[in-house]
Design a protein around this ligand. Sequence first.
Ligand code: NHF
Length: 480
Amino acid sequence: MLVSMATFEHLPIRVGGLAEAVTSLGESLRKYADVMVLMPSHGLLEKDVGGDFAHRPLKYCDFRIFVGDRDYPVTVYATERRGVRIFLFSNEVLDHPNVYQPREIFMQKMVHFTKAVPGLLNVFLKKEMVKPDIIHINDWHCVFSGALVKKYFKIPFVFTIHRLCHERISVHDLNEVNLSELVDNNFLEGELFNIEKFGAHRCDHLTTVSYSYLNEQWRNFFSTFEGKTTYVWNGTDHAFWNPAELDYAHLSRPERRARLLQDNGLPDGVLFFNVGRLDAEQKGIDVLLNAFKLIMQNEVGGAGNVRDQIRFVLLGSGDQHLEHEARQLQEQYPLNMKAIIDYLGRETTREFYGAADFCVIPSNFEPFGLVQLEAMCMGCIPIGTKVGGINDTVIDLHYNSEECTGRLVLPRNPAALAQAMVEMASVTVGAEDKLEGMRTRGREHVIMNFNWDKAAQRYLLAYQNKATIKLPFVSYAEPY
Ligand code: NHF
């Protein structure tokens, strides 16, 4: 089987979890199929990608595409990464180094990519005399290319929604770039055309990345496509997210924690850690900052007993207001909080997971989420919200005290989050054994249930149209 995956992110181009997911899936599919990845170059050809690819990207072909009243050259470069063939599309638009910004260029990139994918397949068929069996479209940016490939090459397409964006484009804009053949009146909302609905309708199989997200978005979106819709969990790289790989693997967790805190100018204590994009809409970082304030201001039951022990390290960057607020909190509580407004790379992040007691993941919604899996792999207990992939992957202490791997609370609720943090900090002081059990189970749970080989096998079923399952859509489909 030859699987072609269309995506806007693939390592080393990474904006968010999409890159990790597509890259890992491609690698794991290799055991069962041939895989080719199609994506815009995003300026990668100018960068030193020595370590990332098996060889420097080499020119594969060139052709022209028509956009509006102009024609543009497109050159496709080919390389390989861990057995996966990577095709990078290059021209003045597709080379823009920012993946999604500015919006105007991004939309042009989407149009150029839409036309360049069938362009490459044309050449590919002639050169290699083989046709991909499936095109796997990742997120709405690639939907139109999937629709054209299906129409002109009769290749079925699987559409995976990593995060619903409700993206719309005007009919006028589609006509302007001569893509009016894609306009389908069924998906018009006024003058605007709903790209995800169109993709979900046209695809042969629709997937998203967790059972809970499918439930949460069922009425709103997925129910219309019942019968060809399912979920496939992502996995994580547990060989990398492994405590044995830590710089200070020979030290105990409390020793590592004391050391890391000292390096960051904080005394030892109970360490809560958060890593990722500082964003309020999805990641709920404002909720976390408010929860921390409530604890520090003694406004949570039991906080008085643990307040002085609380240490909170925030690692990430993003929204400027949140960055500012985090810095202010650090000034206000210099013995309790450290804000590292930066991206420190995977290896350093691993040291934080390997030292922290708890990882707080306050997302308002999270289609899958990788942080809770990485944390569990590293023995760092997740305290997360009961949404999407966090809900699917973390077993809550209050739900099953024998099998629990973390603590779950309702989203958008600083008081509930603060209460859970205080509760877990209190356990740290009295019942370390209980926490040790959670740490060990967490890693085992991830290795067994959320690995990329399982994901690859399930996608293969989707590619062969065998993965549809009737889901018992339960009551929490109501928004919280
Ligand atoms: O993990 C990869 C990622 C998810 O929850 C994440 C998201 C975007 O929002 O599937 O895609």
